[in-house]
Design a protein around this ligand. Structure first.
Ligand SMILES: *Cc1c(COP(=O)(O)O)cnc(C)c1O
Length: 409
């Protein structure tokens, strides 16, 4: 029996028709989680993805982890030891990043709407602030002067292009993110170099892209734009934070990014950087790609009912723990995440079912067009690819159910 999406992995196997994670059966894991629902994050898969990516990266290219993809403290701690930096976007994420032991100088803080309190904390800690507007630049200048410290900054650029074929686009046109590229030279001209230490540029043009050509185009265009803007900078940029947007497959027909493609893209990128801005270090910032496949959401079937000919499996977990699986986190057309009945992994005796969560809303759907082995109350539904934008991107307060346990195995 092949696992969903035919992902090559050794951290989860099927033994006697049941999934086994890192040597633990689902029943054992449910016991140590204190019941269902719960999340499993796979240490082995995290290590594997990081090692594969590192092996495909040219020497000198830096990699940072964007905490918002999965801010579970154990996951952050585990990943932090294997990357060159962490990207945060709030005071809470900043605290988490600082407590993971990563050097403050290797933490970058982006996001529109940073409050004065957040800017003060960032400046005092010595983290790199990615400035999103000229107003924010003025506030940060005042704060750095008041603290008598020189705050390291990147200017985040809103490019005039976007990441094509991305699940979510975050560049080009009017944006709350970054300073419009054409305005950057004027902003640089006014930068108070006594208060702010200009380190380079930041650009993040989109997320969840599975098309190598689109990623390559975005990275090369981003680099070229930064090289052009560097001419107006008070000193040569030392760091170019280029985003990434690497995606993972979720749905039938989607193909994972290949490491050979990634290697080719990054090799060419390093070559271009050597020609254009040899003094600068390049850094990829990735969230989803590093953690999505490591995650499983496990929920128990509490009811099985037939309504006017349609079979429903009703589980104890749902969109309050994983909004994305329900299709309500930015998807235009709802599609089913890969999922299995974890204690009945078999290809025969399948039936068409709709899997729904316990919330009193028609939005709480885990699978609507799937065929699963005939399941009973007590069986465990395991949703794959849920390590990124899972629990922390969900409306956990909706209907006041308990939070799920999260286990790093
Ligand atoms: C969310 C975000 C990321 C991470 O994006 P992924 O698609 O999860 O890799 C990186 N940089 C910025 C600025 C972001 O907002």
């Amino acid at each position: 029996m092949k696992l969903p999406l035919h992902i090559e992995r050794s951290d989860v196997v099927v033994e006697r028709g049941s999934l086994v994670f890192a040597g633990h059966t689902l029943a054992e894991i449910a016991d140590s989680a204190g019941g269902t629902p719960f999340y499993i994050y796979s240490r082995e898969l995290l290590n594997q993805r990081l090692a594969q990516l590192r092996a495909a990266m040219p020497a000198g290219l830096r990699l940072s982890y964007s905490l918002k993809a999965n801010p579970n403290p154990q996951v952050v701690q585990h990943v932090a030891g294997q990357v060159d930096g962490l990207d945060v976007a709030s005071a809470g994420e900043l605290d988490l990043a600082l407590s993971s032991g990563v050097n403050a100088a290797d933490i970058s803080f982006a996001g529109p709407g940073k409050t004065d309190a957040e800017l003060r904390a960032a400046c005092a800690a010595g983290v790199l602030v990615s400035v999103e507007s000229s107003g924010e630049l003025r506030r940060l200048t005042d704060i750095a002067r008041a603290q008598a410290s020189r705050c390291p900054v990147l200017l985040r650029v809103n490019p005039d292009f976007r990441l094509r074929a991305a699940g979510m686009m975050m560049g080009s046109g009017p944006q709350p993110f970054g300073i419009d590229a054409e305005r950057v030279p004027a902003v640089l001209a006014e930068l108070d170099v006594d208060a702010l230490d200009f380190r380079g540029f930041h650009l993040f043009a989109g997320s969840q892209c599975l098309l190598p050509a689109a990623i390559e185009e975005m990275l090369q265009k981003g680099l070229a734009l930064m090289a052009e803007l560097a001419q107006a900078a008070p000193r040569p940029p030392q760091l170019l934070l280029l985003g990434g947007g690497f995606g993972v497959p979720y749905f039938d027909g989607e193909k994972a990014l290949g490491f050979a493609d990634i290697r080719a893209i990054l090799g060419k990128l390093a070559g271009s950087a050597h020609d254009l801005l040899p003094e600068a270090q390049l850094q990829l910032e990735l969230g989803r790609f590093l953690v999505a496949e490591a995650g499983f959401y496990v929920t128990r079937i509490v009811d099985r009912k037939v309504s006017r000919g349609q079979t429903f499996l009703v589980t104890d977990g749902g969109m309050h723990h994983n909004l994305a699986v329900s299709g309500n986190l930015g998807q235009v057309i709802r599609r089913d995440f890969p999922l299995l009945i974890g204690n009945r992994v078999q290809t025969e005796d399948l039936e068409a079912v709709t899997v729904v969560g316990p919330l009193c809303t028609p939005l709480d759907v885990l699978a609507s067009a799937t065929r699963l082995p005939a399941a009973a109350v007590g069986d465990l539904v395991v949703v794959f690819q849920t390590g990124a934008y899972g629990l922390s991107a969900s409306p956990t307060g909706f209907l006041s159910h308990s939070l799920p346990a999260e286990l790093l195995l």
